[in-house]
Design a protein around this ligand. Structure first.
Ligand SMILES: [Zn+2]
Length: 428
């Protein structure tokens, strides 16, 4: 295995850089945040709670110390701005909110690495372009079941009618909860004005999956976020006595549904992407009856829209074939859908370069989970994300972890990405 630390200690040729950037400080601050806003079950920074507000004011104070101006927008997003010579702006994003019993890195690594980049840039004097660190409000959607609240309000993609009707477990509506935070729900989309001068958006995140771990690589450049097609598929046959009905006389809804299982593996063999049958319900669901009705759910994801459409079409065609073979009926119902969100090609190249300069080898990979970055990309801002390896490939759990040496490399590579992106913004 290559020794990444030796490679990464090659001095970076820009003046003043090595002195200001302190990746170890990011790790110290991550631990401080864990100690002050977590407990033995994990991180407890659920959006719009006291603990979240405490974490945010801690972050805001640190940003102010760099000379950044701090403001909160109409959707509750926190913006920390270093004014540059040009109004053209590099955005660096993250989310300090967590799921209940969350890990110590999801979201807050992004913001704290961004803070460290802000410090490095501030130490070099007024930057040539404006630099803004944004802490998105309620990325996780842990309380109201709706992810990417602040970033989708900002990108203009928040479904206001749907969001207006959301309630938490206690029956509190989202607009009422926001009012308690001094946020007027009807005004949240005004936060879109914050993107006015945005020239690029970058975000560091833990991978939350096993791809980089399996490749034994610390960092990867993210190609974009998967599009998703999510459907319920219901096969309808006939209930019949399990003892008296010969095999050749059955209309077995389960048999047809079960054939879908190996089929989705064949579909991903052809197209890549991922498919999951995550649920299977049978009726009447008793041991002595042939299955009359079988409802399965199918979740399909791909980075490429036409490949995703082909995957869906092939699954539909297969279901028709299996229904015909089994003399049963089949119907489809769309549960949810989102388009793939590819990131900016030039920024992906910079991200790749920054990673190779920092630790020798890079890898390009799509993101299965959605991130705030997808919303910013959807708003038309050139966007890229960098992933750092997750141990165990696990997140949204207190066992979520990343090697400290990889966190250090991540901060270094992310800072290089910021520098390259600033140069790119100036050149355009
Ligand atoms: Zn996250």
């Amino acid at each position: 295995m290559p020794d990444f630390r030796i490679v990464s200690s090659v001095p970076f040729p820009r003046m003043g850089r090595m002195s200001a950037l302190d990746p170890q400080r990011t790790i110290t601050e991550l631990k401080e945040l864990r100690a002050t806003t977590g407990d033995e079950s994990g991180a407890q920074r659920v959006a719009f709670t006291k603990t979240w507000a405490k974490a945010r004011s801690w972050l805001a104070d640190k940003a102010k110390a760099t000379g950044a101006e701090v403001e909160r927008d109409e959707a509750g997003n926190l913006w920390m701005t270093l004014r540059g010579v040009s109004e053209k702006t590099l955005l660096i994003g993250g989310h300090i909110d967590s799921v209940p019993n969350g890990g110590w890195l999801d979201g807050c690594l992004n913001t704290l690495a961004g803070l460290e980049v802000l410090r490095r840039i501030a130490a070099e004097g007024q930057p040539p372009v404006t630099i803004r660190l944004v802490d998105w409000a309620d990325e996780e959607g842990a309380r109201f079941g709706k992810s990417l609240f602040g970033s989708s309000a900002c990108s203009g993609n928040l479904d206001m009618a749907e969001a207006r009707g959301l309630t938490d477990k206690e029956g509190v509506s989202l607009p009422d909860a926001l009012r308690g935070q001094g946020i007027d729900f009807e005004q949240v989309r005004k936060s879109g004005s914050q993107l006015k001068n945005a020239a690029a958006y970058i975000e560091l995140h833990i991978e939350q999956g096993p791809v980089l771990l399996d490749l034994d690589l610390p960092l990867g450049a993210v190609l974009g976020t998967f599009g998703v097609e999510r459907h319920a598929i219901t096969f309808r046959g006939q209930a019949a006595h399990s003892g008296s009905t010969p095999m050749n006389r059955r209309k077995d809804a389960f048999l047809a549904a079960a054939k879908m299982s190996p089929e989705i593996y064949r579909i991903t063999d052809r197209h890549g992407g991922v498919c999951t049958i995550g649920s299977c319900l049978t009726k009447p669901g008793i041991v002595t009856s042939v299955v009359e009705e079988c409802r399965i759910t199918l979740d399909q994801r791909h980075l490429d829209a036409s490949a995703l459409a082909a995957m869906l079409g092939e699954a539909q065609e297969a279901s028709d074939r299996f229904a015909r073979e089994g003399n049963v009926a089949v119907s489809w119902e769309r549960l949810w859908q989102i388009e793939p969100m590819p990131f900016n090609d030039e920024l992906i190249d910079f991200c790749d370069e920054a990673i190779r300069e920092t630790c020798g080898e890079s890898h390009r990979l799509p993101s299965g989970p959605l991130h705030d970055a997808a919303e910013v990309a959807r708003a038309g801002v050139p966007t890229v994300m960098m992933f750092v390896q997750s141990l165990h490939g696990i997140s949204h759990n207190k066992i979520e972890d990343t090697k400290e040496e990889h966190l250090e490399l991540a901060v270094r590579a992310f800072d290089r990405l910021a520098a390259k992106t600033i140069d790119w913004i100036i050149s355009r």
